[in-house]
Design a protein around this ligand. Structure first.
Ligand code: ATP
Ligand code: ZN
Length: 211
């Protein structure tokens, strides 16, 4: 019996996910363009997937556990267990407006158009703040939307803020702070739970050693 883990195939979380497994003493050969691989010294099978697909695969039990950004887990809104925060992939989902705009509070966005790849999280936030805005869902390059007249503001992932700056935008609100997390399917077998427990124990030891 093996535990199956889904990690990002390529992108910002890929390298750190592999590194974490290595630091846990798990050897995997990470061939390029592979769909899956196996650890040689731990009963673990590794699936390489797009991050957006990971919550669904773990919910469906195609994978037992997964490493993905909290932002994606919240947006997909799937019944998953958050098992451990992993300390990498840190970013924030932020609201940004053109630098030339006078911005005092979120009220200024009432009746405006906001472009985002995170319509669920943004929708919840606006509702909570009692703001009515038009949400334009776009999947990539959200930061160019105000410049081409598609939106008045954006809600996008930010780490340093340099992308916003280069596009003439300024950050005005933090909607969510996020980092990579380990999620698990809700109905693992007792054996799988035991393997997961082993893995979590190792992850916690790695985290402790870093503090
Ligand atoms: P995929 O091809 O897997 O769909 P992607 O382009 O959607 O990849 P990446 O840009 O690789 O995703 O980002 C993966 C995750 O990394 C994000 O969901 C987020 O949790 C985290 N992250 C950390 N910093 C940033 C940042 N500055 N911009 C975007 N994502 C970031
Ligand atoms: Zn993605």
């Amino acid at each position: 019996m093996k535990l199956r883990i889904a990690i990002q195939k390529s992108g910002r979380l890929h390298d750190d996910s592999i590194k974490l497994l290595k630091e846990c003493g798990i050897d995997i050969n990470n061939g390029v363009n592979k769909l899956k691989t196996e650890a040689s010294n731990f009963p673990l099978e590794v699936f390489f997937l797009r991050d957006d697909d990971i919550p669904q695969y773990v919910e469906d039990g195609v994978a037992d556990i997964g490493i993905v950004g909290e932002n994606v887990v919240l947006e997909k809104n799937r019944p998953l267990r958050t098992v451990e925060k992993l300390g990498f992939g840190k970013c924030r989902l932020a609201m940004a407006v053109p630098r030339s705009m006078t911005y005092n509070s979120i009220q200024d966005l009432d009746g405006q158009r906001i472009a985002t790849s995170y319509p669920v999280i943004l929708g919840d936030y606006l509702k909570k703040m009692n703001i009515t805005a038009e949400i334009h869902e776009i999947s990539g390059s959200v930061e160019i939307a105000p410049g081409i007249g598609l939106a008045d503001a954006i809600c996008d992932l930010v780490s340093s803020g340099s992308t916003l700056f280069m596009n003439g935008l300024k950050e005005v609100e933090t909607i969510l702070r996020s980092e990579a997390i380990l999620v698990a399917n809700n109905s693992l077998t007792p054996e799988q739970e035991q393997l997961l427990g082993k893995l979590i124990f190792r992850i916690q030891a790695v985290k402790k050693a870093k503090n």
